[in-house]
Design a protein around this ligand. Structure first.
Ligand SMILES: [Zn+2]
Ligand SMILES: [Zn+2]
Length: 379
């Protein structure tokens, strides 16, 4: 039996009809209603507000807290994220996380990765939801790759009543808003259907576009890419190359100025104790990953040049010098920070260590510029 024949694939008619009809309403009926009757500002304000709330619940809650355990959240936050997850209509946190953990483990594998980008845009975007392959293999084990989530009563409550809650809320909230404001059909169209379709496809872009379009500064071992446009549209999820390299980091956009509202929320909430145990990767590991990726790219480019051997030796040498400087600098930083914390250490010792670190940092920056210059010619 061929590998292909062993894959059992069933069409998911409920999903096909639901995604198809909601999409058509969003692209035809929503603009038609606007042209015909016009919209009130409040309808769009609620539509956008509910989109931001539900997509933040997916990014901060489903993705970074539950799937990756990049930080721990207080019960109140978990409850709010579970509520927002119902509104986002992307299945329960347990189900979503189970799929997502497999995605990271088997990324780009044609059949093991549930939304593998190796099977093209359509499959990774929405095609995987319109048919289910080997469903029994993935879920019969009762989500056994998520024993930690099974111990979370909020996750299990949401899972048990997921469809009742999510279908109910997605109808009740826009309808209630419509009755309160007196713009019933506007709220149904904008805060209900448009908001849902818009947020669905933006999340789906992380599985499709963020594995096709963008840069790969941290690793080329998989198809995930960093993409600022998607980061802006998805609350920071678009830094997907960094995320696939360091999935346990609560940040996706690693620099403080990278557009990543979920990261800013998680950090800000840690100041009042709502989030804790935030995991982040050290700067030297990140620098090392970037240097390694550059080295591999440069080696690939030079492999076919006439003097390939000589160039590769040069690149390897520059890389090792750079790595050496990197290790020295971060070791000095560590020693200085430890001394700073130690009340018994003499102040002149602390000063010495600080000066040593700052000098190393300067020469590291020079070495880094040199390394970037060398690799630039070949990447
Ligand atoms: Zn991915
Ligand atoms: Zn992830």
């Amino acid at each position: 039996m061929s590998a292909k024949a062993a894959i059992k694939s069933d069409k998911q008619w409920t999903n096909i009809i639901f995604f198809g009809v909601s999409f058509l309403i969003a692209i035809i009926v929503v603009p038609w209603y606007g042209i015909q009757y016009g919209y009130h500002f409040s309808s769009w304000a609620w539509g956008i507000g509910l989109w931001l709330f539900s997509s933040t619940s997916i990014s901060m809650g489903y993705h970074r807290m539950w799937s990756h355990r990049a930080y721990e959240g207080h019960a109140v936050l978990r409850f709010i994220m579970a509520f927002g997850g119902c509104l986002a209509l992307q299945n329960s946190a347990l189900h979503w996380s189970s799929d997502h953990r497999i995605h990271h483990k088997h990324v780009d594998h044609d059949h093991k990765d549930p939304y593998s980008a190796s099977r093209g845009f359509w499959h990774s975007h929405i095609g995987w939801l319109l048919k289910r392959e080997n469903e029994h293999k993935r879920y019969d084990e009762q989500y056994d790759r998520c024993p930690d989530l099974k111990r979370d009563p909020i996750v299990m409550f949401q899972h048990k009543y997921y469809w009742l809650l999510s279908v109910g809320l997605n109808i009740a909230i826009p309808a209630l808003l419509g009755l309160i404001t007196g713009h019933f059909w506007e709220m149904i169209l904008v805060a209900g259907v448009w908001r849902l379709v818009w947020s669905h496809h933006l999340t789906f872009f992380i599985n499709s576009l963020a594995h096709i379009w963008g840069t790969r500064p941290y690793t080329e071992e998989n198809s995930a890419r960093d993409n600022i446009v998607l980061a802006v549209l998805t609350g920071g999820e678009g830094y997907h190359n960094y995320h696939h390299k360091f999935q346990y980091d609560y940040r996706n956009g690693v620099r403080w100025w990278h557009f990543d509202p979920s990261k800013w929320w998680i950090k800000a909430l840690s100041w009042i104790g709502v989030t804790k145990n935030l995991k982040s990767v050290s700067k030297d590991k990140i620098e090392k990953a970037k240097a390694e990726t550059l080295l591999l790219k440069a080696k690939e480019k030079t492999a076919h040049m006439p003097n390939a051997e000589e160039l590769m030796a040069k690149l390897q040498h520059e890389y090792e010098v750079f790595l050496d400087k990197l290790n020295q600098t971060y070791q000095a930083r560590k020693e200085w920070l430890e001394a700073k914390k130690n009340e018994l250490a003499e102040s002149y010792d602390k000063l010495d260590l600080r000066q040593e670190y700052e000098e190393l940092k300067k020469s590291f920056e020079i070495q880094k510029a040199n390394w970037l210059q060398v690799t630039k010619q070949y990447t």
